[in-house]
Write a protein that binds this ligand. Structure first.
Ligand code: GLN
Length: 499
């Protein structure tokens, strides 16, 4: 089998071929490294490629197999890891100059679980600095291109992870989703992304942006692949105090079930209208129709407070970020500027933060500090927390009458690089539909539902499930995926990107 064929396989197929001895894990890794070499100059999905580490991990899988040891369901499958998870001895920059050159002394829990499952970590992917953004343009190391059209954004903050999937540089990736950073890039690149229930995937070793919202999750080209990855990374971790101590739902079983008959699906009424691209709504409405044809009972549901989610998020997330980012004081990690023996520690901290943080990070730290200051706390942060409670109640009411909710993932398809960089409000609107689930902590997925007729770019369908009912996402997602596959004659939108 040729190298390019190996990069076209799903993760499930790759693992089966490795386990069956049809191909070595080393050959699979080599094929992906060659693909990265060939296209990453254009895509810029990766900030760091760990060639030696990846090949060594792959060879260990091949040795295990030769010894007749049982291999895990993703053994030998290559993966692209968002550069927000610590990797022992390997760079972890969070897309920021402030952590350039820092080599973490430990692996994040997600990293450790991947290694224990014999997943081959190829390297670290590009992202908006500290995961703040919707386009990956806020990376201190330059933007990532969307493999569908390199002049457009791949979404953000996890644009590198999603682009690596669409460019066939990796069949699996990991993202983090604070307000949409897994789902929106998935929508922009025609891939699958899941934000698990808050607390389902450990945050230990995941650089903090907004701790009450941040959630790591799987990215893949198929729903089943995402489920397989989900079950590897999820589960209780005593190193994370907000980790959920409950069994992981059977997401793989649900993906294999792929049946929506009798399921009640709610269409969120508030997520349409002004600002929504016509082609996005067309594909979304077709998906709703498809769910009906597949036997789901579809009803319209109103969640009125969702319209207030964006302002609440842009008070809560910056507030938490202003506190979390205080640790970057030039003393503990990474960059240190102006430490020439004449300056005080405070001066060095201030010079380092001035040089090490980009404009969006500074904007958020200032917004958050303001919102938390005495005299303003009740008016801003306090009110935002009340809205958060009301959003959670909107969800609770909706889930009394439906099993899942659906909406477009993002109001538009991928926009041109540079279009929204000077307009933070326009950028923030990209996450209009994804943010409520972060505020409420429930589970949500984005999967491709076709191309917008006006620009030929991927459109994402969002499925939302109650907390700890992540399996429903996979059940519905896999059913929709199979139906689209029958219609398009190929898995999802797999063959379209050309580089
Ligand atoms: N785009 C949103 C923001 O800028 C969400 C980012 C994320 O999910 N990490 O905050």
């Amino acid at each position: 089998m040729s190298d390019s064929d190996l990069t076209r396989l799903t993760a499930a197929e790759t693992a089966a071929r490795i386990a069956g001895g049809e191909v070595t894990a080393e050959a699979v890794t080599e094929a992906h490294l060659a693909r990265i070499e060939a296209v990453d100059e254009k895509v810029h999905a990766f900030l760091h490629v760990d060639r030696e580490g990846a090949l060594a991990a792959a060879r260990r899988v091949d040795e295990k197999r030769e010894r007749g040891e049982q291999l895990g369901p993703l053994a030998g499958v290559p993966l692209a890891l968002k550069d927000i998870f610590t990797t022992e001895g390997q760079p972890t920059t969070v897309g920021s100059k402030i952590l350039e050159g820092w080599l973490p002394p430990y692996d994040a829990t997600v990293t450790r679980r991947l290694r224990e499952a014999d997943v081959v970590v190829l390297g670290k992917t590009n992202m908006d600095e500290f995961a703040m953004g919707s386009s990956t343009e806020n990376s201190a190391f330059g933007p990532t291109g969307n493999p569908w059209d390199l002049t457009r954004i791949p979404g953000g903050s996890g644009g590198g992870s999603s682009a690596s999937l669409a460019a066939f540089q990796a069949p699996l990736a990991i993202g983090t989703d604070t307000g949409g950073s897994i789902r929106q890039p998935a929508a922009m690149t025609g891939t699958v992304g899941v934000k698990p229930t808050y607390g389902a995937v450990s945050r230990y070793g995941m650089v903090a942006f907004s701790s009450s919202l941040d959630q790591g999750g799987p990215c893949a080209r198929t729903v089943l692949d995402a489920a397989l990855l989900h079950s590897v990374i999820a589960g209780h971790d005593e190193l994370d105090s907000t980790s959920v101590d409950q069994p992981v739902p059977d997401v793989v079983g649900a993906a294999r079930q792929a049946d929506v008959r009798g399921l009640r699906v709610g269409v969120v009424k508030e997520f349409r209208g002004e600002g929504y691209q016509a082609g996005v709504m067309q594909r979304f409405d077709e998906s709703v129709e498809l769910l009906r044809e597949l036997g789901a009972e579809v009803v319209e549901v109103s969640c009125p407070v969702f319209t207030k989610a964006l302002p609440a998020y842009y008070l809560i997330a910056p507030s938490e970020c202003s506190s979390n980012l205080a640790r970057f004081d030039a003393m503990r990690y990474g960059l240190r500027v102006g430490d020439d023996g004449t300056r005080s520690a405070e001066e060095v901290t201030s010079l380092t933060r001035e040089e090490g943080f980009g404009p969006e990070v500074k904007r958020r730290v200032m917004l958050g500090t303001y919102a938390l200051s005495s005299g303003y706390y009740d008016a801003y942060y306090g009110s935002a927390q009340k809205v958060r409670t009301l959003i959670t109640r909107d969800f609770a009411r909706a889930f009394e009458s439906v099993d899942v909710l659906v909406s477009p993932t993002s109001p538009t398809t991928a926009f041109p690089i540079g279009e929204r960089t000077d307009d933070p409000m326009a950028m923030y609107l990209s996450d209009l539909c994804t943010i409520p689930s972060n505020l409420a902590g429930n589970a949500a997925m984005s999967l491709p539902c076709g191309l917008a007729p006006e620009d030929g770019l991927p459109v994402g369908l969002q499925i939302i499930a109650p907390a700890m009912a992540d399996d429903r996402l996979y059940r519905v997602g896999a059913a929709v995926e199979a139906a689209f596959q029958a219609r398009w004659g190929h898995p999802l939108l797999e063959e379209a990107p050309s580089l």
